[in-house]
Design a protein around this ligand. Structure first.
Ligand SMILES: *Cc1c(COP(=O)(O)O)cnc(C)c1O
Length: 443
């Protein structure tokens, strides 16, 4: 069993996180329950900040809030000195509700609506990461209509695609995101942006993938971006002040995953930028990165109550819990793997192999295949680890199941960060059109 952050097995043989006994958490807040280890979130944020401080570069660590966007999480990111990436009006709204400083907010996305652009300009965000030619025109026009200037980075596709242990250096032109480097779109985007009066070009952005366990992809991206910067400077006389190398730093979901320490990723990035830019006689830029998963992923644990089980002799035993693909769609979407324990009997040895099913009307609603557990009984608590990123954020109301609460645990204290949805919440936006209403029959 691999325990993350402050998680441990206490003297009662139960899983404890942030000094809180998971049995008490389940009793107090109900299940399913997302439990977030606040100390671990803060530790991860500090690992990034400290790695950059050691490098001597000017930097921004922008938490990619799509991984887990709530008001409390934005407040923590703010307190740790992070910047924030948002990709929608809803994420921007959440950040602003948290009082997050607008100048540290970056707006991403391949199809920002006029409403979103206006909202972001009115809030005074730090920059837009411009994704395509039509957006350049739209941004410029809306900024002009407000008598404003919009800071932008250009998102370029550097021809490096990294995924876990593989990285591919190909054209990789076939992406919905960004301006292609090899085909010349990136250069043309710089040329156009410089000609648009209401845009201020700060630099370029690249994001090469997710759940990356090697530094090679980042090194390759840094080299390509540097080469591009030098070319732009020579031909257009424009110097980039900011190089953003995106996110995608891997975390350990199971024993199959072997992420590097944060300082190794950041060390490789800062070394590569320093070497490539210095060799070209180019002024050292500010470096921005955008970790999402690696800030919150391993700090999250989902607690479920075990309900029914179904044993098919010689085939498999299913154990069902009171949540599933509604609170964690990743196994169904990506065949993602998770580790779990019986939280109320965490010290007991495993005696059987079971598969953990959710409660949705969908055969694909499985959380874990072939998990070693003590004999799970109805009412036991199952804790699934590493659910901090892209779980709550991707949760749905399929089957009209209510989304769970989120609690932050720290030093023995548990605080609700998101309330469990109520049954009223489920039909809150439903409207019964007049013509469907029951007609009162006159006597
Ligand atoms: C999703 C995304 C991130 C964060 O990715 P993680 O794998 O969660 O670190 C950062 N930047 C961009 C542009 C993204 O799309």
């Amino acid at each position: 069993m691999h325990l993350h952050g402050t998680a441990k097995i206490n003297e009662h043989g139960r899983l404890e996180i942030g000094g809180c006994d998971t049995k008490d958490l389940a009793e107090q807040f109900g299940t399913p329950l997302y439990v977030v280890d606040e100390a671990l979130v803060r530790q991860r944020a500090r690992e990034y900040v400290e790695a950059f401080q050691a490098s001597g570069f000017r930097f921004q660590v922008a938490y990619a809030s799509k991984a887990f966007s709530t008001v409390a999480m934005c407040a923590i990111a703010e307190q740790e000195g992070l910047s924030l990436d948002v990709v929608s009006d809803g994420e921007l709204y959440t950040a602003l509700q948290a009082g997050f400083p607008a100048e540290r907010i970056h707006f991403h996305g391949n199809n920002k609506t006029p409403f979103e652009i206006e909202m972001a300009l009115d809030a005074g965000i730090g920059c837009f990461v411009a994704d395509n030619f039509s957006e350049l025109q739209l941004l410029n026009a809306i900024a002009a209509s407000k008598g404003r200037k919009a800071n932008i980075l250009l998102r370029i596709t550097p021809g490096v695609e990294a995924h876990t242990h593989d990285y591919i250096s190909t054209g990789q032109q076939d992406s919905k995101f960004g301006f292609d480097l090899a085909g010349g779109a990136a250069f043309e985007a710089v040329r156009q942006a410089l000609g648009l009066e209401h845009l201020v070009l700060l630099g370029v952005h690249s994001h090469i993938g997710s759940q990356i366990f090697e530094v090679e992809g980042f090194r390759m991206a840094a080299a390509k971006v540097a080469e591009f910067a030098v070319d732009v400077k020579a031909k257009l006389g424009q110097t980039f002040r900011v190089i953003n190398l995106g996110g995608g730093f891997g975390i350990r979901y199971t024993s199959e995953d072997s992420p590097l320490p944060v300082r190794d990723y950041i060390g490789a990035i800062t070394d590569a930028i320093r070497t490539n830019f210095t060799d070209a006689g180019y002024p050292l830029p500010e470096i921005w990165v955008e970790p999402g998963r690696s800030i919150v992923g391993d700090a999250g644990t989902t607690l479920y109550t075990v309900g029914t089980s179904k044993d098919i002799p010689g085939v498999r035993k299913y154990v069902a819990v009171d949540g599933g693909m509604t609170d964690n769609p990743r196994p169904a979407l990506y065949e993602s793997k998770y580790e779990a324990v019986l939280a109320n009997r965490a010290a007991e040895p495993a005696v059987e192999t079971v598969s953990v099913a959710g409660k949705c009307c969908e055969s694909g609603d499985m959380l874990i295949w072939d998990l070693e557990l003590p004999k799970a009984e109805t009412g036991d608590l199952l804790a699934v680890f590493c659910t901090g990123a892209y779980n709550y954020a991707m949760a749905s109301n399929y089957n009209r199941i209510r989304r769970p609460a989120v609690v932050l645990v720290k030093d023995g204290q548990a605080d609700v960060a998101v309330k469990r949805e109520s049954l009223e919440d489920i039909s809150r936006n439903d409207v019964l059109p007049e013509r469907l209403r029951k007609v009162e029959v006159q006597p």
